[in-house]
Design a protein around this ligand. Sequence first.
Ligand SMILES: [Ca+2]
Ligand SMILES: [Ca+2]
Length: 236
Amino acid sequence: MKIDSLAPSPSRPRPLAGTAAFAASAGLALLAAAPATRAGVTAPTLWTENGHAYEVVVVPDGITWSDARDAAAARGGHLVTLTSEAENQFVHGLIADEATAWVTIGTAPNESTSGPWIGLLQAPGSAEPADGWGWVTGEPLGFTQWEINRPNDVDGIEHFGQFFGVGVGNRAATWNDLPNRGSDLISIVATNPRGFIVEYPAVPEPTTAATLLVALTLTLRRRRPSEACAELPGEV
Ligand SMILES: [Ca+2]
Ligand SMILES: [Ca+2]
C-alpha cells in the first residue's frame, strides 16, 4: 500500500523538460535531507553542541557488550555516553530509521525491539535492579532514559545498557538492561544486539596545534646561541 502512494498522481506536477536536471536536483535534495556523513551505516556524525562525533556500527550477527566496548576503543572512541536528554535525542536520531541496527526479541505477545549497545554498565555487587549504574567513561549517571519498568534485571544477569522499546517495531529512545550476551537469558528468547554506537571525543583545534608549533619554534630559536657555544667551545 505504501508503494502505491509513490506512484505518479494526476495531481502531482511532472517535469516536462530538463529531466536530467530535475533528476540531479532531486538527487541533491535527497543527499541534503540525509545525515551528511551517513555511509556504511553511518560515518562519524558531528554534534555541534559538544564537538563530539558519533558513529553507528551495525553487526548483523550480533555482538556482546564487552566486544562492542573493545571495538569502540579500537576505533579510537568509546561506547556512547548519553549524559543529557539532548545528547540522547541526537544519538537516537542516528538509529531511529536504521532498521538493521535493531532486532525483535521475546515471544508473542511480549516482543520487544532491541537496539544498539550504549556505554552503560552496572558495577558488580550493586543492589538490583537500579543501583550502581554508570558510564563506561566514568562520567556520572545523572540523566537517565530507562524504558518503563526498566532496569528489571531479568534472570539476575542484566548489567549492560542498550536502546530498547517494548513492542514490535518500537525503535524507541529509551534504555534497557541486558546481559553481556543476550542469548544467556533463560526467561526470554533473546539474541545479542545488532550493533553499537561509538562516541569520539573532540579533536584538538587547529588553532591549538598552530599555537604549539609557534611556541616550539620560538623555544628552538632562543636556544640556538647557547647550544652553538656549547657545541663549538674552541671558537672565539
Ligand atoms: Ca557523551
Ligand atoms: Ca532488562
